[in-house]
Ligand binder design. Sequence first.
Ligand SMILES: C[S@@+](CC[C@H](N)C(=O)[O-])C[C@H]1O[C@@H](n2cnc3c(N)ncnc32)[C@H](O)[C@@H]1O
Length: 207
Amino acid sequence: MPAEVFFDGLYDLRDGDDVRRHYQRFAADYDAELLNRGYAQPDRVADTLVAAGVPLDARILDAGCGSGLSGRALADRGYRNLHGCDYSTEMLALAGRTGVYRTLHEVDLNVVPIAVPGAPFDAVTAVGVVGHGHVAGAAIAGLVDLLIPGGFLALAINELAWPEGDAKPALDELVAGRRLDPYDAELGEHIPGVDKQGWVVTARRSG
Ligand SMILES: C[S@@+](CC[C@H](N)C(=O)[O-])C[C@H]1O[C@@H](n2cnc3c(N)ncnc32)[C@H](O)[C@@H]1O
């Protein structure tokens, strides 16, 4: 029988305990599993910050930073004031080894308001974090509250969780309530090696 890999059961995880156990189990294999399958979302999200004119010295929170692939993509573009948070101690330990984050914090993003030392930030990214048993749509309001007025939000969401999941209604409510400017959502590559596309959703906190 072939060895179990990170993607087995990933999209069937039901709750936070399941998700935590999954990352605890596969943390050491995560980078290779994702990179070997062409994980595209970290680069796509980092490119949206550049295109939006987010300055290289902006204070950026990489929410659900995992092992740091998303932070490394930002650092590759010259961003140097990076902060990360995640609720997996195993993934945070790997993020620390990348050397790209100034601070790292153990935080459950589903507990709103989200308490991250150093808030507010100029930009918040969440790459592969919202959806499929991970972080709920309701937490997006908490991410917006971590931004300065006019701050930039970039979410990378698997096609399985957008537009059908709870993220889109949550964002629509934030826009209707004038807490968030109207957002852009662009479909593109997510993890080509497991035949998944994904959305990159970007918006600014209303000023
Ligand atoms: C698919 S990984 C993405 C990691 C990184 N952003 C990347 O692009 O490689 C999802 C991450 O979300 C974290 N996560 C899931 N639910 C969370 C929660 N409720 N609070 C904080 N982190 C969470 C997991 O621990 C994991 O590190």
